[in-house]
Design a protein around this ligand. Structure first.
Ligand code: 4AD
Ligand code: MG
Length: 436
């Protein structure tokens, strides 16, 4: 038992000159004669704890020279400033209590490992300092998302995960047996429920896991990902783009405020690339985007969808996100309102993040006319009966409305400068990965 204050590494500076108790795990150690240097992590950071032979009992000195990596320990000692330390402090150890002596063969020792191996050991990989920072940034982004909408009076509405119909096309639906009712699908998007809620509460957001049976093995696709979807009654496409722009600036700012240092020191992120995320974002039409691509030597023709390659070329032209609006309606989901100026175009927008990160937001204005919407559902070969409730929204008080969806994992990848979304969620689900 000890009556010392329990200190956390991220707040260790508060205790300079004082004796504290630190509870954590041994990340690494090295010895030189009368000194053992223990790198200890507690989930908030890593700190060096220096064990000097003359300061501890012979038993403690002997034991700390042999402790395996990931042993759980309580360290008692004095916090002192240290200019060489990345966090500015170290601990002069007086005592070490071993809570659990780890097995000797921790699989993620301090050497290079392949990604497949790291993914297999994801439950342990999360302990690394790099993953700690990625998860901290993810937390900040999720908090920023909620704060942004909450401060603007949006009502949070939770959409169901079992759904009776498709929202984003039938090719990426996950089917689940559902009692006597036949089958249900895991939701691809909360949007349709968000529209019902927007007609009830004016401005809302849904935020939860969404599912796509994506057969693509790209660095941008997961089968389970988190999406936030604002939806606003009496809003058009232009205002939707304004909202998306303010939203992304807010998120980037929050990440910089909270993580500038660790992004640079731990993830080697060039944060000047995030400092440019300021209004106004360029807004270009799909037509203009096609011309930009063709000028860059891409073989795209009007009417083709943008794949990863096209997105990469487009977003690399700008130092901040670019908004591409008015895509060919044929490329888009059934619910998009078509442009009254040119009915071949959908009033939709994709926001592409810079540095090759590609689409992070998709959204637009919804069709609010009953007859038109019925026709669209039929044209998309979707069962009209399944959309009865959704069509009701166009019978009573139908108004122009719009919204968008932001993928959390792609946003985390962009902010952290990660190559692949698999590192942005604690336990990623992909076509070929269901464990751990
Ligand atoms: O463009 P999407 O498909 O749009 C919708 O689902 C609309 N219902 C949103 C709305 O208007 N309310 O998806 C929106 C975003 C994408 O821009 C991307 O960031 C993310 O969701 N996303 C994925 N992220 C990871 N893995 C996948 N397989 C993703 N599919 C979409
Ligand atoms: Mg999209």
């Amino acid at each position: 038992m000890s009556s010392l204050p329990r200190a956390w590494i991220n707040e260790i500076g508060r205790y300079e000159g004082q004796e504290v108790e630190l509870r954590g795990w041994l990340d690494n150690r090295r010895s030189s004669g009368k000194l053992h240097f223990l790198q200890v992590r507690d989930g908030t950071g890593v700190i060096q704890c220096v064990v000097f032979k003359g300061d501890v009992t012979p038993e403690v000195f002997e034991q700390t020279d042999h402790l395996p990596q990931e042993s759980a320990i309580k360290v008692r000692g004095t916090v002192r400033a240290d200019a060489r330390s990345p966090i500015g402090y170290e601990i002069g150890v007086k005592d070490v209590e071993v809570v659990h002596k780890a097995a000797p063969d921790y699989p993620l020792g301090h050497k290079e490992h392949g990604v497949a191996f790291l993914m297999d050991k994801r439950h342990l990989w999360l302990r690394s300092n790099r993953q700690r920072v990625v998860m901290a940034v993810r937390h900040t982004i999720i908090k920023a998302i909620r704060d942004f909408f909450d401060a603007r009076g949006f009502r949070l509405v939770d959409a169901p995960i079992f759904t009776p119909n498709a929202c984003e096309g039938t090719t990426t639906l996950f089917e689940v047996p559902y009692f006597d009712l036949g089958k249900a699908y895991l939701t691809q998007s909360g949007q349709l429920y968000g529209e019902a809620a927007a007609m009830a509460y004016g401005k809302i957001y849904t935020f939860g896991p969404t599912f796509r049976a994506e057969k693509s093995k790209t660095r941008r696709h997961l089968t389970e990902f988190w999406m936030v979807e604002p939806e606003v009654a009496f809003m058009d496409l232009e205002e939707d783009m304004d909202l998306a722009e303010d939203f992304l600036c807010f998120i980037a700012q929050r990440v910089l405020e909270n993580h500038a240092k660790e992004l640079q020191t731990v993830l080697e992120r060039d944060i000047s690339k995030l400092e440019t995320v300021k209004k106004p974002f360029p807004r270009i039409t799909y037509d203009e985007a096609v011309k930009v691509l063709q000028a860059a030597g891409n073989p795209i023709q009007w009417g083709d969808d943008f794949g990863g390659d096209e997105e990469t070329i487009l977003c690399s032209q700008y130092d901040r996100p670019v908004m591409v609006h008015r895509y060919p309606a044929d490329l888009k989901a059934f619910y998009f309102k078509h442009d009254p100026q040119n009915p071949k175009l959908a009033l939709g927008v994709d926001v592409l993040a810079p540095e090759g990160y590609g689409e992070i937001i998709g959204g637009g204005q919804r069709e609010e006319d009953y007859e038109t919407l019925v026709r669209r559902i039929q044209e998309h070969n979707l069962p009209v009966e399944a959309f009865d409730w959704y069509l009701d929204l166009r019978k009573w008080g139908s108004v122009p409305h719009a919204g968008f969806g932001l993928g959390v994992e792609r946003t985390v990848a962009w902010m952290c400068g990660l190559h692949h979304v698999r590192e942005t969620i604690p336990f990623p689900r992909m076509m070929e990965r269901l464990t751990p």
